[in-house]
Write a protein that binds this ligand. Structure first.
Ligand SMILES: [Zn+2]
Length: 348
């Protein structure tokens, strides 16, 4: 089959790799219907994270179950499934506590599982999904093509945006500011609205992203960044700042902004993969601002988010503004790196 591999900075290729097979009785073989590039895929792409040349990449996909191992009980060939960005057994102490991204037997696509067997990356034609019962979330029927983007967005960005708002305990009386206008930041706007916030300030300088933020429920847009952005948000919040700041980037600058935005007694939710971020413990002490978040337990949120998509209630797939065939996967990365695209869908 063909699958995406990374060979070094800015070197993404579509490669011929061995066809995956069911290797464990708990595996499912999924034929990918749509995949996408994640903001976190850009870290190795930009050479910030080192990679072994030829590493498989991609962790967001939806597809059709083609084959299941003998111990898989909840899935059958022909079903449409959403894959969360990590696999998990659904039965260990962490999974049962709602933290499947910390599963004792789980792991990540494009790497070896606990048995030393390669798990395919998501940006390819097929994926061997370990621990299929605990991992994959099926739809009751085959969804129409019009739902593909919305369901694909659940595999990571929407679940992650949801987690950010949830970690910041967003509720009806909150004023929320979202730092970051990537796909996750935009989904955090949508999540904040679904979780009841009435004032949602999206920080974005880019018109197409501002448009989606507004569609997703942002009540105000602040285009300024840094100190000017903080001043603008203060002005919109009677000079005091927000009760919940959602950090969706992962840089020290965005974390600093989030803490500057939070009013005393407020909360900062964070889901950006941290790169060089220092937690400002002194500010947390002085202002009584709580920090919570981390890698989203996507699998735990998927059934409810799936139902909202199937009911036509949310359209997180709006974040996709470029679709390329798998053969053009290098362009999928370049477009996101150069900010020509918010998020790219890749169709095998
Ligand atoms: Zn587990």
């Amino acid at each position: 089959m063909r699958a995406t591999t990374i060979h070094g900075p800015f070197d993404i290729r579509l490669s011929d790799v061995p066809d995956p097979e069911v290797l464990r009785p708990t595996d499912a073989l999924v034929r990918v219907q749509a995949a996408c590039v994640c903001g976190s895929d850009l870290w190795p792409y930009r050479g910030i994270n080192e990679v072994r040349p030829g590493t498989r990449i991609g962790h967001e996909f939806v597809g059709i179950v083609e084959q299941v191992g003998a111990e898989v009980t909840t899935l059958a060939p022909g079903q449409f499934v959403i894959a969360p960005f990590s696999y998990s057994d659904g039965t260990c102490v962490h999974c049962r506590a709602g933290m499947p991204s910390s599963c004792e037997h789980g792991g990540f696509y494009g790497a070896r599982d606990e048995h030393g067997l390669l798990v395919d990356g998501g940006q390819g034609e097929w994926v061997r999904v370990p621990l299929a019962d605990g991992t994959l979330v099926a739809t009751p029927q085959l969804p129409g093509d019009d739902l593909l983007a919305d369901l694909l967005a659940l595999s990571d960005v929407m679940a992650t945006g949801w987690h950010c708002a949830r970690a910041a305990r967003v509720g009806p009386s909150d004023t929320v500011a979202v730092v970051g206008d990537g796909a996750v930041g935009l989904c955090a706007v949508l999540a904040a609205r679904l979780q009841g916030a009435t004032t949602i300030i999206a920080m974005s300088r880019h018109e197409p992203r501002q448009t989606i933020a507004t569609e997703f429920g942002a009540t105000q847009i602040v285009a300024e960044r840094g100190a000017a952005g903080v001043a603008a948000v203060r002005e919109l919040t009677d000079g005091v700042g927000v009760t919940a700041a959602l950090e969706c980037v992962g840089t020290n600058e965005s974390m600093t902004t989030a803490f500057d935005l939070a009013r005393p007694g407020g909360r900062v939710g964070f889901v950006g993969v941290p790169h060089g971020v220092q937690s400002p413990v002194e500010t947390m002490f002085r202002k009584n601002v709580a920090l919570a978040g981390g890698m989203a337990p996507a699998r735990a949120y998927l059934p409810a988010l799936r139902d909202r998509v199937l009911a036509g209630e949310i359209h997180p797939g709006r974040v996709f503004d470029l679709t390329v065939p798998l053969v053009d996967v290098p362009e999928a990365y370049a477009a996101m790196h150069e900010r020509r695209a918010i998020k790219t869908m890749v169709l095998p």
